[in-house]
Write a protein that binds this ligand. Sequence first.
Ligand code: IVH
Length: 732
Amino acid sequence: MQKFDNNKKPQQRIQKLRAEIARLRDAYHTENAPNVTDDVYDSLSRELKELLKKYPELEDINSDENRVAGKPLDKFEKVKHSIRMLSLNDVFSDEELYDWENRIKKLLPPEISQGRSLREFPQGPSFNYFCEVKFDGLAVSLIYENGKFVRGATRGDGLIGEDITQNLKTIKSIPLILPKPFPEFIEVRGEAVMSKKTLEKLNKKILEGKGSLPALPTGQAGGRQAFANTRNAAAGSLRQLDPKLSAERHLDFFAYDIAEIKFYTKEVVKFPSRGSHFVPLNAPKEGRSEENFTTSFVLENHSDKHKYLKNLGFQVDPNDAICKNLNEVISFIKKFETIRPNFLYGTDGVVISVNDLRLQEILGVVGKAPRYMAAFKYPAEKATTIVKDIKINVGRTGVLTPLAIFEPTLVAGSKVSKATLHNMDQIERLDLRIGDTVVIEKAGDVIPKVVEVLTRMRTGKEKKFKMPQTCPACGGKVKKKILSEVSSVAFYCVNPKCPAKDERYLEHFVSVFEIYELGPKILRRFKDEGLITDAADIFTLTKEDIAPLERFGEKSAENIINEINKKKKIPLSKFLWTLGILHVGEETARDLATHFGTLENLLISTQQDLAEIDSIENIGPAVSKSVSNFFNDKNNLNFIKKLQQNGVVVEKALKIKVGKFVGLNFVLTGTLSTMSREIAKERILALGGKVVGSVSKNTSYVVVGTDPGSKLKNAKKLGVKVLNEADFLKLL
Ligand code: IVH
């Protein structure tokens, strides 16, 4: 198969990217196109940026991507920040948040990180976090002298920004005069933002040819272009040289920090700073009674800065909250994730700070970012990439599954380099060709999918994909089958001895039997050495068979044999799942098991007509036919007999008692003494509960045996209820 190389014609790719980025930006605002997401737009923009970095000769000063770029404009005065404007380190998952906490705990006095209380830190054993929304706009610094707004600047490179005072004065939520008693000097930092609604209206105007154009870096006129997002719109608007134009944009401002205060008492505080700082407060506005109003308070937490900023008349994030620990931080992040789509302003995450300003000072700044803050970024669930190749995976039932292969691409927080294309129908439905630019999606733990082809990115060199006529693993014949129920076409390798099928089957078999010691490599080795010819042979392996093999030895041979012997008992539903019957996955196997109760009943039924299987809820004619074919094949019956002769015991299915565990999710970890994990799982399922593989906030209980793994740790971290074996037995 010929691979597609994107780097051959960078010029053409850049041109295509520019055109598609511009089209998406306009389409989003004019066509109300729900499919065009920020993720796709950002992903294409990132690729363009990277290509231009690699091929700087292809830069074009007049092209769109330079219109709102972050370079300081010569037209504005340069301003030096007396305290550097920092950026934030990103974290992308709960795990990374815990890693951050572990890192900072090591830098804090043991009294704080380990739990003994200290006079200097009367809050005791731990410390609080402060959570606030991360606004997607432009960072600005505002300077007030004697209560008057005297200068506003952009962040620039953190040290030198641009003086945009006149433009900032047009923002209604930036107070021009602070209420008394104000400090002699204060530098407030925050985000200038445009609401989503304002952006919509502005883009409509721009595209209809009304209103002002987005600024060009050199001030020249250009074609009318809508803004891609609220961040670009806010930045572009503040870069208008004429403040009147900036005023038309109706920007907003949210304060999030105080960099420095000088009090009339001559006390100067540059943050982060140790010590407590007394601040006088303004009385509440007339007619507005505020309970517990005090005339002053001590500035010792980040949350106090917010309180003080509010008191001085600034807007702060209305959602902000103090969280006692990372569990509460994670709840804040989850909660805001649901609010976020309807939030009035664009956001790209949550900013988490160690609340105590004295701890902030101890933790300090490293590089360009403070150690005491982290930005949790919501992962992009969609990204774009180029399909380099389409490969075929031969599954255990012989089904050929096409896979799209691409360069490692970051999506939903992890790098992926392949995505399932399910079947030929899907490829045709998407009209996917090798060389196409596609949108891939990955939500949670699911396997990434190709969801869309950006056909406008085509160059004409893309190649259509054809299903091979012979199996790529064994060269055997490939047959086409129409699955009438789902009206889809599947391709199968018909060679019963296909090694790929065999390998996948063995891997599936041991994973359902939970024989963890036998990974794919070991299975292949045993097969090559002639120790096993089929899965049933696994149960007659002896220590003496394995120990002499190179890289094994006595100990590992013993572990393998012990594990196999422990796993010989298997519930009926799992047993049916191991058999690899076409169309019988975990769910269908469970339906069959609960209906028939025993393997014998199922065998008797399949020797008669299909009426009984057909009558089972959720089981259609294609499944019942496949089940019947399977149990009427002599080879399969011999295989089942061999398994039983080799010591496999198939347990009766338990009748479902509906109710008790419905809606509950269980995670099992460690070894239980009264039953195997499979049995525990079956008991939970029989009571209507679910058993999942990893602990999350949605887990109801973690059942813990001896030698529990990291799941117990995760449960503790997330505050999930933990049951020991005795508690669990009581629940059953
Ligand atoms: S605190 C250390 N709080 O995020 C810098 N930043 O990625 C102080 N941002 O340059 C940042 N909302 O422009 C903070 N509530 C918030 C924020 C916020 C948006 C921006 C800020 C900063 C960038 C860093």
